[in-house]
Design a protein around this ligand. Structure first.
Ligand code: ZN
Length: 308
């Protein structure tokens, strides 16, 4: 037994030396050093999440799902660091923006919390980042499949269309990243958003952590399995970072938004910059993606009664 084990150890050591040699001699390994990675984290696409019971402070499973969401983000962080990331910014981009368990995140990253913020789910991104990653994402309000399919506000919006393309949050956020020249390289969530994102953005890596049966039902893998899968997909994405292009929309950007209700479209159309397309839909032309993002944030957060 002992001799066999010694033999195995020797083989393993030789393999390790060979691997290190290959890594050090390759250009890829060199260029990966000092990567700066942006991670935008939502919750509807977290493993096992299917209803409001997991997604907000009033839900009986919410506190446990905060730990799953945090663990998914930590899996992405771990893989990013293994790929050479030395700077990581995470944005808590679901609900109240206060979901991730800050004490469970590594001490050497930074976190964006709460709202409102001009770049929304991409706050803090700029041209110094090398790649963006989306964790826990969900399909768009215009998609007929996907768990909790919505775009920015399930209560208020029935379509968000940029340059004629119905967008999930992943599409808008990828365009914001694209404005800064940053490609989105990986997304996790259900099968519906992974497909929708790949259709719009191209062949980014996708971690499918559940299969949607409907708005409030899915067949899900188990948490530990999702952490593994996310780690694998982030590693796969960052090992071929040079194959990704930033997602850039043609400027200026035509934004069409349909509201569930009639009144927002009526009142917004008082502004000269806004055209009423139909009873529930308005059109706005944004000179660039930060302008589009601020407009989306404005319609999501403004009401005359807001305080302080
Ligand atoms: Zn969300």
């Amino acid at each position: 037994m002992k001799n066999a084990k010694d033999g195995m150890n020797r083989i393993q050591t030789i393999l390790k030396i060979l691997l290190v040699g290959i890594c050090l001699s390759g250009n890829e390994a060199k260029s990966q050093q000092g990567l700066k990675i942006y991670i935008s984290a939502d919750m509807e696409g977290v493993v096992g999440a299917v209803t409001g019971d997991q997604l907000g402070p009033e839900g009986f499973e919410y506190s446990r799902f905060r730990t799953f969401m945090t663990a998914e983000v930590n899996s992405a962080i771990k893989a990013a660091k293994n790929a050479g990331a030395s700077e990581i910014l995470v944005s808590d981009s679901h609900g109240n923006g206060e979901n991730l368990l800050i004490e469970n995140l590594p001490s050497d990253i930074q976190l964006v919390r709460s709202w409102p913020r001009p770049l929304g789910m991409m706050q803090g991104i700029d041209e110094t980042f090398d790649a963006a990653i989306f964790i826990g994402y969900h399909s768009s309000t215009t998609n007929t499949s996907g768990v909790r399919a919505h775009s920015f506000s399930s209560a208020n919006l029935t379509a968000v269309i940029l340059n004629g393309i119905p967008m999930p949050e992943a599409g808008v956020n990828a365009a914001i990243a694209g404005h800064f020249g940053v490609p989105v390289v990986m997304i996790s969530g259900d099968d519906a958003i992974v497909k929708e994102a790949q259709d719009i953005l191209g062949a980014l890596e996708g971690a499918i952590v559940k299969e949607a049966y409907g708005f409030h039902s899915a067949k899900t893998i188990m948490p530990e399995k999702s952490y593994q899968l996310i780690e694998e997909k982030v590693s796969a994405a960052l090992s071929r970072l040079e194959t990704f292009e930033p997602y850039r929309l043609k400027l200026p950007v035509t934004v069409e938004i349909s509201f569930k209700n009639y009144m927002p479209a009526e009142i917004l159309s008082y502004l000269d910059e806004i055209e009423r397309v139909d009873a529930h839909t308005i059109r706005f032309i944004g000179k660039d993606l930060p302008t589009v993002s601020k407009f989306l944030q404005f319609i999501s957060h403004y009401s005359p009664g807001i305080s302080p």
